[in-house]
Design a protein around this ligand. Structure first.
Ligand code: HEC
Ligand code: HEC
Length: 298
């Protein structure tokens, strides 16, 4: 609601503008008609030989102008526009939005309900359910996880078999419903600076069978004690903490030697927002089946 001053200000501004347009067009039209005959030169010359003729505004153009003024006034009677006046139709943005939401719910509600009543493993092999899940995914998840679910740097790939928080239907559903916050602090100081970071990085590379410096990796191995609290003694990860398996080929935060070293030194983290309130359990259930179907699991 506008305060009384702004209310009057807006109403005055709108009406003065409309009537000023009306006045302007009548004024501009009449003056020339009075002074010079139609089609004659008005006496205005530019750039030596550019002459203005008094050609009256075309009738259809004038009428369009008048009609748009009438339309504008009619609009202001029916819809909100004149300060606090709500318009005789009582239309609001909020009521239109609510009506659309209600219509969509009435149309798709039964479909979501019937899909949500089925097992996730069952939905994950049903092309129709996956079609619905895919559309939900494109609208709500693709901006972070990519349209094919393959993720990007710092956003985990959902289409492989490597999971931070677990790949069972229950774990995936929990990730989507409640969100996840993964956090690893930097280890630069605890590892005694760059040398320690380099050694443990070579050891991490050796875990997934990548090309590495065996001598440095050997020195990094005892340092990995520090890491095993979360990543496990063998580096297999821990889904309770969202700590990734370091022995597979999947990397969330970058696969190159330089990025791995930087991540170990400085730490990494990620936040998966909770979708329980926003989407509701039925849609999350269908999405879970879609995500589950992306990896080789089913
Ligand atoms: C307190 C638990 C904890 C400890 C201790 C820990 N990490 Fe992590 N680490 C994590 C978590 C959690 C993540 C994933 C963070 C995220 O993205 O949400 C992670 C991610 C990583 C990554 C990135 C993996 C990827 O896919 O990009 C590397 C590399 C890594 N850790 C190596 C180490 C090394 C080496 C150590 C020991 C020096 C270590 N971590 C110690 C919890 C830990
Ligand atoms: C704002 C970006 C963002 C959006 C939107 C988003 N996610 Fe995530 N998601 C993430 C991040 C970041 C992580 C990793 C969290 C961590 O580091 O532990 C994640 C993790 C996950 C995980 C766990 C992955 C694992 O390896 O355990 C699942 C499952 C998931 N997201 C599914 C979804 C689905 C389905 C949607 C759509 C409803 C969605 N996400 C929307 C950013 C997002």
């Amino acid at each position: 609601m506008l305060s009384p001053f702004w209310n009057v200000f807006v109403i005055t501004l709108v009406l003065v503008n409309i009537f000023a347009c009306l006045w302007l067009i009548r004024f501009a039209n009449r003056r020339k008609k009075d002074e010079v005959a139609a089609g004659e030169a008005t006496g205005h010359v530019w750039d030596e030989d550019l002459v203005e003729l008094n050609n009256p505004l075309p009738r259809w153009w004038l009428w369009m102008f008048y009609l748009s003024i009438i339309f504008g006034l009619g609009y202001l009677v029916l819809y909100p526009g004149l300060g606090n006046f709500a318009g005789t139709l009582g239309w609001t943005q909020a009521s239109q939005h609510q009506a659309e939401v209600d219509a969509a719910r009435a149309k798709y509600g039964p479909l979501f309900e019937s899909l949500a009543a089925r097992e996730i493993t069952d939905l994950a092999t049903d092309p129709k359910a996956l079609g619905v899940g895919r559309r939900l995914f494109l609208n709500n998840c693709a901006q972070c996880h990519g349209s094919d679910g393959q993720g990007a740097r710092n956003f985990p790939n959902l289409a492989d078999n490597a999971w931070l928080w677990g790949g069972s239907p229950e774990a995936i559903k929990k990730s989507i419903m409640e969100g996840r916050t993964g956090m690893m602090p930097g280890w630069s100081a605890a590892l005694g600076g760059e040398e320690g970071v380099t050694q443990v990085t070579e050891y991490v590379l050796s875990l997934s069978g990548r090309q590495h410096n065996a001598e440095l990796a050997e020195l990094g191995k005892p340092r990995f004690m520090l890491c095993s609290a979360c990543h496990g003694p063998a580096g297999k990860g821990n889904p309770m903490l969202g700590a990734p398996d370091l022995t597979d080929k999947a990397w969330v935060h970058g696969a190159s030697r330089g990025l791995i070293a930087a991540n170990v030194a400085n730490g990494v983290g990620g936040v998966m927002p909770a979708h329980k309130e926003f989407l509701g359990e039925e849609k999350v259930h269908i999405l879970t089946a879609y995500v589950y179907s992306l990896s080789a699991n089913p």
